[in-house]
Design a binder for this molecule. Structure first.
Ligand SMILES: Nc1nc2c(ncn2[C@@H]2O[C@H](COP(=O)(O)OP(=O)(O)OP(=O)(O)O)[C@@H](O)[C@H]2O)c(=O)[nH]1
Ligand SMILES: [K+]
Ligand SMILES: [Mg+2]
Length: 405
């Protein structure tokens, strides 16, 4: 429970207000008829040093559905209490300045994290590491703005403009822009969440579907000796060694086909190749679709020796370990390392704008323009932390949380 009535509601059920921040046991009774409800653990957490910033109370009841329903029923009968909406606790924390938007997004990612690399990056965001970095940026910007305004005041008085101050402003802008640019290079949170896109491609019957099945450890795609078995794109998410991958099997690429459906499949295969982070090419070295595609000499157990590429047989398992190690190596280069952030599209866009304003400020000798660019840069910081967030964007974000979070 969170809000001004939390303490009274707790006291009504437990017949006492426990001492703050200490767990204690009590028999909960329905205030309407004194009927015992459950023996539960109580926590009384007076605000504002709570997660929502408000008074909070927690009841740790037994888990039976009837127990929860009875306690909820007693609470619902009290005036001023209602069920929390999805994400409402987090939203209150945000409104009361206990978390900024970046920490909220980090928490949302943490709740959805399935792999260790997702968990690590989300925890950094949720714990406010990025928020504190932004706070440092805000302070630097305020300093720079104050210096620019002061220098402008002097020039109003027809004094000689202070060259030393202008140099300090210029150097400060460059240093801040460099720090912002470093963050802008952070990997994408979407890629971390959705998985590194690995596309298997090559001519018909090369063994793409067989390899897909071997990589994901189940029969996700149909395998047969008929050329043109796979027609659609088959996407299979799989976590390997703590990293999320999204494997895509594609229709075998061949120039001419009379089959209209296979032709559509080939178009889709080409589109998948365009969007791939990593391509596994099971065809001729001469037809490599991209310079960085990984050449696989597939079906090594029955093909002639001496073909270029990574020798691999889904049948005997030859080369599988090396392939997995190579995939992990390439994925690591696309994902945040230990202690690195991952940025959502929203964050990247706003950090990008901040960088653009700083670059503009650094590129002009006109102090009036500098002061204006710095003001715009401060505006992007407000958007980044959510202080200038729009209601519908916030609604969308918080509704993605579950009830009780
Ligand atoms: N011996 C051997 N046979 C393989 C291997 N990989 C695939 N095959 C066989 O080769 C044939 C084609 O395999 P698929 O996995 O269907 O090939 P594909 O590239 O997906 O083919 P399309 O979907 O038609 O483009 C099947 O009969 C497989 O059993 C391998 O490593 N060794
Ligand atoms: K086939
Ligand atoms: Mg296939």
């Amino acid at each position: 429970m969170s809000g001004v009535g939390a303490g009274a509601a707790l006291a009504a059920l437990a017949r006492r207000l426990p001492s703050p921040r200490t767990a204690s046991l009590a028999l909960l009774k329905d205030p309407r008829d004194d009927a015992p409800l459950d023996r539960a653990l109580l926590l009384w957490l007076p605000g504002p040093a709570t997660v929502t910033g408000e008074d909070m109370a927690e009841l740790h009841c037994h888990g039976g559905r009837a127990v929860v329903a009875a306690v909820e029923g007693a609470l619902a009968a009290m005036p001023g209490l209602r069920r929390a909406a999805a994400g409402e606790f987090t939203r209150r924390a945000f409104v009361h300045g206990r978390m900024d938007l970046n920490a909220v997004e980090g928490l949302s990612d943490l709740l959805a994290a399935e792999t260790q690399s997702q968990r690590r990056a989300a925890l950094l965001m949720a714990e406010g590491h990025f928020s504190r970095r932004i706070d440092d940026w805000r302070l630097s910007l305020l300093d720079l703005s104050a210096m620019a305004e002061a220098a402008l005041d002097f020039s109003d008085e027809d004094d000689v403009p202070d060259a030393a101050i202008e140099t300090r402003i210029g150097a400060g802008i460059v240093a801040l822009a460099q720090d912002v640019a470093a963050i802008l290079a952070a990997p994408s949170a979407e890629r971390l969440r959705d998985g590194i896109r690995v596309v298997l491609a090559g001519p018909p019957n090369a063994g793409k579907s067989t390899l897909l099945n071997a990589l994901v450890g189940r029969d996700a795609a149909i395998v047969s000796d008929v050329a043109g078995t796979t027609r659609d794109r088959i996407e299979v998410p799989a976590a390997i060694g703590g990293t999320a991958f999204l494997f895509t099997d594609t229709a075998g690429l061949r120039g001419e086909t009379d089959d209209a459906i296979e032709a559509i499949g080939i178009d889709r295969a080409r589109a998948a190749l365009d969007a791939a982070d990593i391509i596994l090419w099971l065809g001729d070295a001469a037809d490599l679709p991209r310079d960085d595609a990984l050449l696989i000499a597939a079906q090594s157990d029955r093909a002639e020796a001496g073909r270029p590429g990574l020798r691999l047989s889904a049948r005997t398992g030859e080369g599988m370990d090396r392939l997995v190690a190579t995939l992990q190596e390439r994925a690591a280069a696309l994902l945040p390392g230990e202690g690195d952030y991952a940025l959502h599209a929203r964050q990247r866009q706003q950090v990008g704008q901040l960088y653009a304003h700083l670059s503009a400020a650094g590129a002009t000798p006109d102090l009036l323009v500098v002061a204006e660019d710095l003001r715009l840069a401060r505006g992007t910081i407000d958007a980044l932390t959510g202080q200038a967030g729009t209601e519908d964007m916030l609604d969308r974000l918080f509704s993605g949380f579950c009830i009780g979070k």
